[in-house]
Ligand binder design. Structure first.
Ligand SMILES: [Cu+2]
Length: 462
């Protein structure tokens, strides 16, 4: 088979000054691996409730070498759950990992009571029975643990999956939309291996965990066969701490079609795309001219120090054209969405979040303290001061008003829920659902080590 080529992946990390436990690493292996595409559970096609067992497993990142992992209904990651706007999805998460957890729907606009925050604790042996009302537009979201102090370890072990929301627009648009054929969820993570075995999470770590080897949907050095037409990748940065700059080998252009909370108004042509932890970006790659290698530069902790000549680079995914597959979408729709923009003049309240020194506004997370109170339905402007911390809040999507005094890039003018301003950014947002003192929403840094160490706050929407 043509994939059985010798691949020598040489990763020389230039970040030793930031993370002394990262060392130069040479990994060599003889063949690429078939990209794992998570099972699709369509909420319309399945009897509900959908059962998701959070369990221990063994996963072979390298053939014949089992690693101790965790996942939903499997050894690593979980099924992709397809949901539909204006429908309710009934889920039952059963905790079989022997330690407490929670399952947050990152990107879902739902009341605090069903958000899966640290207050929706699932004890070992318990089942969290939850019905999630989907009222938002088509978007790529994800689910992952969110228990105070355990999130980094549990996500690292493999507990994460995709929630894909569809609506009438997404189902009728001229875009790639056949799951597993020309539409793929792509969870990008970094892991370390010794003799092919994944290195366990260093419990108690408070500094960024940045590891040398990319793992895509639990697959090391993956390839995927695709039709000679447009291919859509729903890129999720599910890494604990790393940010990446994605590009196509040869700097070929591709199109970004969606931010975290929905489609852009029209595709934006790019040659590179930065994604910080927690962010999702949907891109479309034109496969009409043959095989494509999607690559990633590993960015330094501060994005504005990125150096394309010295940052380590790794392949994310080899896309191979298979002419036995019928070409599907060849003409990418140009009108993707209508975004009703907020008017800054309608802002009722402003807040500032200083995300630095392991704290937010000088405070560390306290499960018993509500840090902010927001009124439902009122437009707010939040100023996010963050040099290197991706800031995420629950329950809503926002629009970027400014980044370091200028307008946002064209590819960032859609709905978002995670934002790394690399300085100072202003966002406009309005909450539509309640979050009580019993089940407040969170805002936090999405570097999981920072989140677990307390770089998080709580707010109610009343
Ligand atoms: Cu942080």
């Amino acid at each position: 088979m043509k994939f059985k080529i010798l691949v020598l992946l040489l990763i020389t990390l230039g970040l030793a000054s930031c993370n002394k436990d990262e060392e130069d690493l040479v990994v060599s292996y003889e063949e690429m691996n078939d990209l794992f595409v998570p099972l699709l559970i369509d909420s319309r096609m399945n009897f509900q409730p959908i059962q998701l067992d959070i369990q221990h497993g063994t996963h072979e990142f390298f053939p014949g070498v089992p690693s101790q992992t965790k996942g939903f209904n499997g050894s690593y990651l979980g099924p992709t759950i397809k949901m539909y706007k204006d429908e309710d999805v009934h889920l039952q998460f059963t905790n079989n990992i022997g330690a407490a957890t929670s399952v947050h729907g990152h990107g879902l606009h739902v009341p605090g009571q069903v958000d899966g925050s640290p207050h929706n604790r699932i004890e070992p042996g318990e089942t969290w029975d939850v019905t999630i009302p989907i009222r938002q537009e088509a978007s790529s979201n994800w689910y992952h643990p969110h228990l105070m102090g355990s999130t980094a370890e549990q996500v690292h072990a493999g507990i994460a999956g995709f929630y894909i929301v569809e609506d009438d627009n997404s189902q009728s648009l001229g875009i790639p939309k056949t799951y597993g054929v020309d539409d793929f969820p792509i969870a990008v993570q970094d892991r370390a291996f010794v003799d092919g075995r994944m290195v366990d999470y260093p419990i108690g770590r408070t500094d960024d965990l940045r590891e040398p080897t990319l793992v895509i949907n639990g697959t090391v050095d993956p390839f995927v066969s695709v039709p000679r037409s447009n291919v859509r990748l729903r890129l999720l940065n599910a890494s604990n701490a790393r940010s990446y700059e994605f590009f196509v080998e040869g700097n070929l252009p591709f199109h970004k079609i969606a931010t975290e909370g929905g489609f852009l108004e029209s595709p934006v042509e790019l040659t590179k795309l930065r994604i910080s932890p927690g962010e999702r970006n949907e891109i479309v790659i034109d496969m009409s001219n043959g095989d494509v290698e999607l690559m990633a530069s590993y960015l330094p902790t501060r994005l504005n120090n990125a150096n394309p000549n010295s940052d380590p680079i790794s392949r994310v995914l080899y896309l191979e054209v298979d002419d036995n597959l019928s070409p599907l979408n060849t003409n990418l729709a140009q009108n993707l969405n209508t975004i009703q923009r907020y008017n800054e003049g309608d802002v009722v309240n402003t807040r500032t979040f200083d995300v630095s020194d392991g704290k937010i506004n000088g405070q560390k997370m306290d499960m018993n303290v509500i840090n902010e109170t927001v009124n439902r339905g009122e437009l707010e402007k939040w100023t996010i001061k963050s040099g290197r911390h991706p800031f995420h809040m629950h329950g809503v999507a926002f629009l970027i008003l400014s980044v370091n005094g200028g307008p946002p890039n064209h590819e960032d003018v859609g709905w978002k829920d995670t934002f790394m301003p690399n300085g100072e950014g202003e966002i406009l947002l309005r909450f539509d659902y309640l979050a009580t003192e019993e089940y407040p929403y969170m805002y936090h840094c999405h570097i999981l080590e920072h989140e677990d160490a307390g770089m998080m706050g709580q707010f109610v929407v009343q």
